[in-house]
Write a protein that binds this ligand. Sequence first.
Ligand SMILES: NC(=O)C1=CN([C@@H]2O[C@H](COP(=O)(O)OP(=O)(O)OC[C@H]3O[C@@H](n4cnc5c(N)ncnc54)[C@H](O)[C@@H]3O)[C@@H](O)[C@H]2O)C=CC1
Ligand SMILES: O=C([O-])CC(=O)C(=O)O
Length: 329
Amino acid sequence: MSQSPVKVAVTGAAGQIGYSLLFRIASGAIFGPDTPVQLRLLEITPALGALEGVVMELDDCAFTTLDSVEIGDDPRHIFDGVNLALLVGARPRAKGMERGDLLEANGAIFTEQGRALNDVAADDVRIGVTGNPANTNALIALRNAPDIPAERFSALTRLDHNRAISQLAAKTGAKVGDIRRMTIWGNHSSTQYPDLFHAEVAGKNAADLIDDQAWIENEFIPTVAKRGAAIIDARGASSAASAASATIDAARDWLTGTPEGDWVSMAVASDGSYGVPEGVVYSFPVTCSGGDWQIVQGLEIDDFSRERMDATAAELIEERDAVGQLGLT
Ligand SMILES: NC(=O)C1=CN([C@@H]2O[C@H](COP(=O)(O)OP(=O)(O)OC[C@H]3O[C@@H](n4cnc5c(N)ncnc54)[C@H](O)[C@@H]3O)[C@@H](O)[C@H]2O)C=CC1
Ligand SMILES: O=C([O-])CC(=O)C(=O)O
């Protein structure tokens, strides 16, 4: 192992997602087997005792890729010099809540953490937001970090993307690995638009192959968009292992690149592509290379897709305005 260590901050490290995420990062799932990782774990003060227990377990795994672990409750200390910050820590929703209901509870966290990252993170920092409402939390963080380019922030819609791939594979009998060019447009919420019109199954257009608009509208889209709620109903707690896995997938592809001929879904600051207003963090199809992302351009958008893309943009604008009224940005 010759490379110098990468510093990775994880917030909410003693939570459910953290319990799965930390072990994957420590074992090399983002940076591979040759890059040592320094974990810097942020929690609120009352959770530091539980976090110490998680650190004992990390030690007990004897991961060759884990260089060091530091824990604390001060974002300015934990984020000092970090190259990657995964902002997971936030209150999860309970049964019957929409993710937007968490805006006020969680918005303040991302104001403080955006400011701290602005002041102390490494110059090359990338910031991935998993904590809900993820898109608007990312917007709050980036607005509070004026010295960090907005392109360095993204919110997690990779879980929705992976859910959509899994549903499409089950419907068509294809293998997950045969599916490419899936897209989640918009918000990580029930208004998101999982798009089969540009997805491919073994090189064939997914919507043409399925040839069943009713299934797309009445089964596929709602199943993907409401999967988080279905898991809360079934488990009594929100998705954790799958959310951690998607957080890893998203960070790995952002930093190491997307496969040739494929793309992934990432919620990023809109640049106006596809008529999505600037000033919101919206999920687009993106390709990544060298730690940067680019929105895939030139996809044809029909009326059905347009309507759904606009509806989820409208929800993000409402969230942005609500946050403005709370004085959070
Ligand atoms: N974007 C996505 O696809 C998904 C997002 N989520 C969201 O991820 C977040 C975390 O979920 P879980 O791990 O299940 O929740 P959890 O409640 O098990 O853990 C959250 C942790 O964050 C900590 N925390 C709270 N405020 C903090 C602060 N200011 N700084 C640092 N840590 C803080 C808490 O002490 C707790 O340990 C929730 O907002 C949840 O809704 C969950 C699944 C998927
Ligand atoms: O639904 C929730 O609240 C947790 C989440 O974001 C998901 O599972 O997609």
